[in-house]
Design a protein. Structure first.
Length: 306
């Protein structure tokens, strides 16, 4: 059996040092609970820039201010903050997938919406960058590439990931299915019904487990001077308890919840049997006996763009 733990705890918005310290603690707690894989939601490290949907005007001084803050609170894939997470994974012998705002170089202003996969030995196996930011997310994030569009061998199984609305890119899904993904990490900021449906559909289509990770973001975790813009951006009242209520869960290869979506702060756990990813391919294997490569062809450009 393989144990999964989703970290549905408040991120430290725009505070990279505090976020890294908290992530290290959560990794240790997940390992103490017997988890083989710890998963953090979309851009948990650095925080999701929900304000972009309400600050999309031209030459907006407030938008520039928060972009600058976000950039300064974004980690590079080979920097000290990621090394701290890798050390935590190695120390506790646990695999980690974490969503983070990735700064392409230490002094660059180019950001990606990324997911890092770290092995239980502390190796950075790969970084997947969201292929296309959604709507006004493009004001802060650059379109990614397919370099990390694959499953990685880990001691928990073959693990791949997609970020948010990438789950409606059919060929991106197919590329991951084709890499014999056993555990798919679906990173989201929130979990409305459409995101739940996408997670379940992905699991059924790929005959894999889907770890659907959403954020618990209480209003108090957002800087007070940013709350009005954040509320406008995500469409939540500023006096609500949380901007994002969580909703993480784990789906089996049959498309059914193994752990129902959980709201509020939580460590969401599930024990899974990877053999189920083979058993359920008896009747549906979209990259095996249910594929028609003689009729339908596709390709992926895997080179890193920057």
């Amino acid at each position: 059996m393989t144990r999964i733990c989703i970290i549905q705890q408040p991120p430290h918005l725009l505070d990279l040092d505090a976020g890294t310290e908290a992530a290290v603690g959560h990794i240790a707690e997940a390992a103490a609970r017997g988890a083989d894989l710890a998963v953090f939601p979309e851009t948990w490290l650095g925080g999701y820039p929900g304000w972009v949907f309400g600050l999309a005007g031209w030459n907006d001084a407030e938008a520039r201010h928060w972009f600058q803050r976000l950039t300064m609170a974004s980690a590079t894939a080979d920097g000290d903050h990621m090394r701290a997470l890798r050390q935590a994974a190695a120390t506790h012998g646990i695999n980690v997938v974490i969503g983070f705002n990735e700064r392409s170089r230490p002094h660059s202003a180019t950001l990606y919406n990324s997911a890092a996969t770290i092995s239980s030995d502390g190796d950075l196996l790969g970084v997947h960058r969201k292929l296309l930011p959604t709507h006004t997310e493009r004001l802060v994030w650059t379109p990614g590439d397919a370099h990390g569009l694959r499953a990685y061998d880990t001691s928990a199984g073959r693990v791949g990931s997609l970020v948010c609305w990438e789950h409606w890119h059919p060929i991106a899904r197919h590329a991951l299915h084709h890499s014999d993904e056993q555990i798919h990490v679906a990173l989201w900021p929130d979990m409305p019904e459409a995101h739940r449906l996408a997670s379940r559909s992905y699991a059924f289509e790929g005959r894999c487990f889907v770890v659907s990770a959403a954020t618990w973001l209480p209003v108090t975790a957002v800087p007070e001077e940013l709350r009005e813009a954040y509320a406008c951006g995500v469409g939540t009242d500023a006096d609500s308890e949380a901007f994002f209520p969580g909703g993480s869960g784990i789906v089996g290869p049959d498309g059914e919840w193994r752990t129902e979506p959980v709201l509020g702060p939580a460590m969401v756990l599930a024990d899974i049997d990877l053999a189920d990813t083979v058993a359920y391919k008896h009747d549906l294997d979209v990259t095996g006996h249910y594929d028609r490569p003689d009729l339908l062809q596709w390709s992926v450009q895997e080179a890193r763009i920057r």
